[in-house]
Design a protein around this ligand. Structure first.
Ligand SMILES: Nc1nc2c(c(=O)[nH]1)N[C@H]1C(S)=C(S)[C@@H](COP(=O)(O)O)O[C@H]1N2
Ligand SMILES: [Mo]
Length: 199
């Protein structure tokens, strides 16, 4: 498929440019879960943002569906070294969910149904970088991939994209989540290959 003229010989192919260091491209969609898949009913599903002052902002499934959604197409990068290009999602931007939340917090600890947690700077959830995603490839997000809804933060390693998301706790001080407590990097930028603490 690729053709090379002498002048272009040393030039990276487009897939190399899109592939962070140490990653390979995969075409299937692996499932990586630290525990069993929780079955969460849309009737009882809630997404709650809690501020450092203890104020809670909650959305039911009906509330979420009533909000305008976006359809981001993004590349995914898992710390186990697979990357998947051009994945199609539908979800609500965190900019919209956080716009009326008053906070001085710099950090977010994301909580999932089932107990999984992951932490990241609050600013990484803003400016069009993160969504509460409920659609994948024109279908509902399947339970294995985090349905009814998962966090999607594609510019960081995929362990930050908490499946079965149930809330975000806003914090003045960073608190490590599940993998971050187990030796994985606090931030997890795939382009700087921040896989483990100290990378
Ligand atoms: N709640 C929850 N979210 C999670 C995980 C998990 O175990 N539990 N695994 C993380 C990891 S390590 C990865 S690579 C991605 C995998 O998403 P996928 O199963 O849809 O590929 O989910 C992330 N979100
Ligand atoms: Mo992962």
């Amino acid at each position: 498929m690729a053709t090379f003229s002498p002048g272009f010989r040393g030039r990276p192919r487009s897939s190399d440019v899109r592939l962070p260091p140490g990653q390979y491209e995969t075409f299937d969609f692996p499932v990586l879960s630290a525990g069993p898949t929780p079955r969460v009913s849309r009737d009882t599903w809630q997404f709650t943002v809690t501020t450092e002052a203890g104020t809670a902002h909650a959305w039911s499934w009906t509330d979420l569906m009533a909000l305008p959604s976006e359809r981001p197409t993004v590349d995914l990068h898992c710390v186990t070294k697979w990357s998947k290009f051009e994945t199609h999602w539908q979800g609500v931007s965190l900019d919209l969910l956080l716009q009326d939340v008053e906070t001085a917090a710099d950090y977010a600890l994301v909580h999932s149904y089932g107990g999984y947690t992951t932490d990241l700077p609050l600013e990484d959830l803003l400016d069009g970088q993160a969504w509460i995603a409920y659609g994948y490839d024109g279908e509902d997000v399947t339970p294995e991939h985090g349905g009814p809804a998962r966090l999607l933060v594609p510019h960081l390693y995929l362990w930050k994209s908490a499946k079965w998301v149930r809330g975000i706790q806003l914090l003045l001080e960073d608190e490590p989540g599940f993998w971050e407590s187990a030796g994985y990097h606090d931030y997890g930028d795939p382009w700087r290959e921040q896989r483990y603490q100290g990378d």
